[in-house]
Structures are given as structure tokens and as C-alpha cells.
Design a protein around this ligand. Structure first.
Ligand SMILES: Cc1cc2nc3c(=O)[nH]c(=O)nc-3n(C[C@H](O)[C@H](O)[C@H](O)COP(=O)(O)OP(=O)(O)OC[C@H]3O[C@@H](n4cnc5c(N)ncnc54)[C@H](O)[C@@H]3O)c2cc1C
Length: 355
């Protein structure tokens, strides 16, 4: 009987009953929807109408003739056509409106810095609201494995770190708001923070913990056009499963690129890390050793991207040396290029307030 049950279990695929995201695999908008769901640990199924009968069947059931894509279909059958991040967050029941007009402490950004500030502020009795535009965890939340965080000797995923930190903040009464902070002004002794929906929150103190924006390589021919269509900035977690059995290229020579390579290796047929300089200049030793131990990962030091090619989506990458001299090979076929090339502070919204 046990054998029969095992056989049945191995072959049985229960019908999926969660959220479905129907849209082209190559659409940047679809990618943003999937990213929000993945980073908030909300299970979903991704269906591409080009390749999935189920996607076409579901689209035919929706009341509009041709709903704009991506279409997010909820378990109760209600659709949300081409929503913005804020609309999807609201529909998911994520908290988007502040409960009070005034807080002792407002923290913009719920990466590790914002989360830690929230825990310490609230544990000292400050009325604290933590405002995050995407998902708690920030950059760290997108990491597949963090091995150098104090107190976790076996390492832990960024998502798990974020989940634990949010729970801890919640226990101290921190309110977590899903909104974008777009501005701040002084009205001494207060600071007035403006949110993307126009709402304002007053506070005694504002902590800016909005992290960084990824540096882009838009000056490289093809890069801006194919962004979100095979070219991605720091999107290992949400895209990895789409690259099962394919060739993936990663640009970057620091830890985030190394971790992404490790993560993609569980899905892709081959992962190639393109680094301008020797890895020893920017990557931790433990990670260099881990990369070297995986046969499907290769590291090409001294390689830069010269151009990316493709119609609707990435199909090939031209390479060169960092000084523009030819690299061998000069051109490789690729369906995924993931860039982890550093970042600059994301503080434009603060304006002149910081001296
Ligand atoms: C893939 C990857 C792996 C990494 N692995 C490691 C590792 O193993 N060990 C390690 O030490 N470091 C690692 N890092 C680096 C580490 O994650 C960062 O140093 C850390 O996340 C920085 O924290 P932060 O809170 O300052 O900023 P961030 O993590 O960047 O968080 C900022 C947050 O602010 C939000 N935000 C931005 N603007 C606004 C706005 N206007 N309104 C509201 N919210 C806003 C963002 O959405 C984000 O959630 C990794 C980074 C990446 C990308």
C-alpha cells in the first residue's frame, strides 16, 4: 500500500488554487508583478499566453474582450488587469494607509537598516511607522543565502531574514506601510513626509533608509531596450525558475553576483559569471571557493558586455575586454543576462533637506 501511495503522490498534481499572473514572460510589467508577489512571499502561478493553453483558457473567461496584460487573477475569480504596484499591493491586502496622522518616528525603507531602526525605535517606546515601497528586506531580501549575518551560523535566505525581522518589529508595535515616500519638508519641530498617493504623515524624526538604486548599463547598445526582456538588474529570485535548462550570464565581480551565480546554478544548464577584474578583488573568499566547486559555473575574468542582441527578447551578447579590445569568444548565445554591478544612494526624494 505504501508503494501505491508513493506512486500516486509522485504523479499527482493538485489543481493550483492561488493567484495567477498571466502575461508574457518577456514583459517588464509582468516581471514587476511577479517580483512583488515573490518578495512578499505570496505564492503564485505564472502563465504565459504564448505557451500555455491554461493561460489562453483563463483569458477567454475574463469578461473583457482582450484584457490588458498582465492579468492578475485571484483565487475568487476576480481579475486585476495591468495593475500598478500600489493597486496590486492594495488588492493583496497589504497595509497601504497609515493608521495615525503623527508618529514619533517615520522610517523610509524596510531593508535591514530600516528594519533594525524600527525594532530599536519601537523597543524604546517610540510610535514607529516603517514605510516600504516594494517588500520588506530590501536588497538583502533578494539574496538567496546570507552567510555572514550575526547569529545565523548556517546562513539564511534573505526572505527568511526579512520575515523574522518583520515579525520582531511587529511584536514591538511597529506599523509597516506599503507605500513610496516621495518627499519630505520641515515644519519645525516636525517633519512632514509625503507618500505617493498624496497622503502626508507628520513625525518628530525621519530616518532615511532607502538604500540604493542599481547602477545600470543603459549606455551599452541594446541594454535599455531589452531591460526586463531577458536583461535584469538583481532579479535572481523571481526569474531563476524561468531559466531552467538554459544558459545564463551574470555580470559583476562582488558578492551579490557570486550569490546569484550559486542560485542560478540550481536551475540553469550553465551559468557564466562575467567579471571585469579578478574575483579576488571584490568577492569574499568563501564564495569564490563555492563557485569553483560547481562544475556548471564558469568564471570569465576580464570580460565586459559590449552589446546585447535580440528582437522582443535577449538572444545573444557581444563581449569585449574592459579596455574595448576583443574578448574570445566575441559573441555568445544567451537568453538571460543578470546584472549585479553596484548601486548609488536612493535619496533624490529628500531634496535639499540633508546638508
Ligand atoms: C543579491 C544580493 C545579495 C546580498 N548578499 C549579502 C550578503 O550575503 N551579506 C551582506 O553582508 N550583504 C549582502 N548584500 C548587501 C546587503 O543586502 C545590503 O548591504 C543591505 O540590504 C543594505 O541595507 P539597507 O537597509 O541599507 O538598504 P536596502 O536593502 O537597499 O533597502 C532599502 C529599502 O528601501 C526601499 N525604498 C527605497 N526608496 C523608497 C521610498 N522612496 N519609499 C519607500 N521605500 C523605499 C527599497 O524598496 C528597499 O526595500 C546583498 C545584496 C544583494 C542585492
Amino acid at each position: 500500500l505504501d508503494d501505491l501511495l508513493d506512486d500516486w503522490q509522485a504523479g499527482y498534481q493538485p489543481p493550483f488554487e492561488g493567484i495567477r499572473v498571466i502575461g508574457s514572460r518577456w514583459s517588464p510589467h509582468t516581471h514587476r508583478m511577479k517580483d512583488l508577489l515573490a518578495r512578499n512571499q505570496i505564492p503564485y502561478q505564472s502563465l504565459d499566453p504564448e505557451s500555455s493553453d491554461e493561460a489562453r483558457r483563463l483569458l477567454a473567461l475574463v469578461d473583457t474582450v482582450t484584457p490588458p496584460l498582465p492579468l492578475v487573477l485571484f483565487p475568487d475569480g476576480t481579475p486585476l488587469a495591468a495593475p500598478s504596484i500600489a493597486q496590486l499591493a492594495e488588492r493583496l491586502g497589504l497595509h497601504t494607509r497609515a493608521e495615525k496622522p503623527f508618529y514619533d518616528l517615520v522610517i523610509a525603507g524596510a531593508g535591514p537598516a530600516g528594519l533594525a531602526a524600527a525594532v530599536y525605535g519601537a523597543s524604546e517606546g517610540l510610535g514607529t511607522v516603517l514605510i516600504e515601497r516594494e517588500a520588506p528586506g530590501g536588497q538583502a531580501g533578494t539574496s538567496s543565502r546570507i552567510e555572514n549575518y550575526l547569529g545565523f551560523p548556517q546562513g539564511l535566505s534573505g526572505a527568511e531574514l526579512a520575515r523574522r525581522a518583520v515579525t520582531q518589529a511587529g511584536r514591538f508595535g511597529v506599523e509597516v506601510l506599503r507605500q513610496e515616500v516621495v518627499g519630505v519638508r520641515r515644519a519645525d519641530p516636525y517633519r512632514i513626509v509625503t507618500l505617493a498617493d498624496g497622503a502626508e504623515i507628520a513625525c518628530h524624526a525621519l530616518i532615511v533608509a532607502t538604500g540604493v538604486s542599481y547602477r545600470t548599463l543603459d549606455e551599452i547598445p541594446g541594454m535599455a531596450r531589452l531591460n526586463g526582456c531577458g536583461v535584469y538588474y538583481g532579479a535572481a529570485l523571481s526569474e531563476a525558475a524561468n531559466y531552467r535548462g538554459q544558459d545564463v550570464y551574470i555580470v559583476g565581480g562582488a558578492n551579490s553576483a557570486g550569490q546569484a551565480a550559486m542560485y542560478f546554478a540550481s536551475y540553469a544548464r550553465r551559468v557564466t559569471l562575467l567579471a571585469r577584474s579578478p574575483l579576488s578583488k571584490g568577492m569574499s573568499r568563501y564564495l569564490i571557493d563555492q563557485l569553483a566547486a560547481i562544475p556548471t559555473i564558469r568564471v570569465w575574468e576580464g570580460a565586459s558586455v559590449r552589446e546585447v542582441h535580440g528582437g522582443d527578447n535577449l538572444t545573444a551578447i557581444s563581449l569585449c575586454r574592459p579596455d574595448g579590445e576583443p574578448y574570445d569568444p566575441g559573441r555568445v548565445e544567451a537568453s538571460g543576462l543578470f546584472l549585479f554591478i553596484g548601486a548609488t544612494p536612493r535619496t533624490g526624494w529628500v531634496g535639499e533637506l540633508i546638508e
